[in-house]
Design a protein around this ligand. Structure first.
Ligand SMILES: Nc1ncnc2c1ncn2[C@@H]1O[C@H](COP(=O)(O)OP(=O)(O)OP(=O)(O)O)[C@@H](O)[C@H]1O
Length: 348
């Protein structure tokens, strides 16, 4: 049985403008999240991701539909029961949401005090958590004395205090620089792998999904437009709106504007070679082009590695006689898709 299950979940909010129809933030979402999984939710701002998270945490009631967490139906659950359920769900946020007047120890111990944990047990648990997140020496510091990455480590320690089975992360690394993001993602990976905590991760960052997630759902206009294995969704998105979103985080075939810039800068024939799950194929492609005596320059694109599976789109400027270019493109290995970009002087 999935740890978290959503069936036809809808959430509407009354409109701020009098007489206007209600705002539908979540519109008929079905999702299953298995225990032990890291599930990414991606999509543009306003897609409904944060609202979905608040529904899963029972902070907002659904308008209709069903959400179960650990087999318990949230819809209609009394507040007392919801509070108990929330003890088993940790949350971390983009802005950390730490108590600025409390020390690191005070922040991490807070959920334990609310849960009525005995004092000696609280001290033991906080020491253990601070050790786990690498902040054993910061117990007496206040949040303003910490870097962003350290603050998020405190946020993670606090979220883990009551040993939740489920951790919800809402843009947890979006306020951090790339190096600190990398560290925090490493810590979250340990939370999943060493502590077995299931995670739902809202993000607009490719890095986060790539490093952490097993599965991903793309949201648009309150709906899940596509979901599946991270590699499948990012290497070959099927729906127009997920293609549009993926193109903002993965460099694919250059747009018309990008092509115009490339044409102005690079002589030769522009082609995009798309690789799908084919790490070694690139070497074969480059040797095929060399063997044909063509000049080639990599002018746009990149490769992505998701848990050892490689995909990417490389745009090359090829120089040589047109017939030779065509012949070489015809001999490229399977697993490479060729997109000929329109060229000013050579037919595409
Ligand atoms: N409390 C509320 N009252 C009215 N409308 C709301 C409320 N909360 C969210 N909405 C609306 O619901 C839609 C989805 O918002 P939500 O914050 O869930 O999106 P999001 O994908 O998390 O975006 P972001 O990444 O910007 O946080 C938006 O149109 C938003 O304006």
């Amino acid at each position: 049985m999935p740890l978290v299950s959503l069936r036809d979940v809808r959430k509407t909010f009354p409109s701020a403008t009098r007489g206007a129809p209600p705002v539908t933030a979540v519109d008929g979402v079905d999702l299953d999240i298995e225990a032990g999984e890291v599930f990414g939710i991606v999509g543009y701002s306003g897609a409904g991701k944060s609202t979905l998270m608040r529904l899963v945490n029972g902070l907002e009631p659904v308008t209709s539909g069903s959400i179960t967490v650990g087999g318990t139906e949230l819809n209609g659950l009394p507040e007392r029961e919801l509070r108990r359920l929330r003890i088993g769900i940790g949350m971390i946020f983009q802005q950390f949401n730490l108590f600025t007047s409390k020390t690191v120890r005070g922040n991490v111990s807070y959920p334990l005090r609310v849960a009525g944990t005995p004092r000696t047990e609280i001290d033991r648990r906080v020491d253990e958590l601070l050790g786990f997140v690498g902040l054993a020496d910061k117990a007496g510091s206040h949040p303003e004395q910490l870097s962003g990455g350290q603050k998020q480590r405190v946020g993670i320690a606090r979220a883990l205090a009551t040993s939740p089975r489920l951790l919800l992360a809402d843009e947890a690394t979006s306020a951090l620089d790339p190096e600190t993001t990398h560290e925090v993602l490493g810590l979250l990976k340990r939370v999943n792998e060493e502590l077995g905590v299931t995670m739902i991760v809202i993000t607009h960052e490719m890095d986060v999904v790539q490093t952490l997630a097993d599965k991903v759902a793309v949201m648009d206009g309150g709906r899940v437009v596509e979901q599946g294995d991270v590699f499948d969704v990012f290497s070959a998105p099927q729906q127009p709106s997920s293609r549009r979103f993926v193109s903002t985080v993965v460099r694919g075939v250059p747009s018309a504007d990008e092509q115009a810039v490339l044409r102005a800068r690079h002589p030769g024939r522009l082609v995009t070679l798309s690789f799908h799950d084919a790490g070694s194929t690139q070497a074969e492609v480059f040797s095929a082009l060399s063997r044909a005596g063509l000049g080639f320059e990599l002018v746009f694109g990149g490769v992505n590695d998701i848990r050892g599976r490689v995909f990417g789109h490389l745009t090359l400027a090829l120089t040589g006689p047109d017939a030779v270019v065509e012949q070489a493109l015809g001999t490229l290995p399977d697993g490479v898709t060729v997109t000929r970009l329109p060229n000013g002087d050579v037919r595409g």
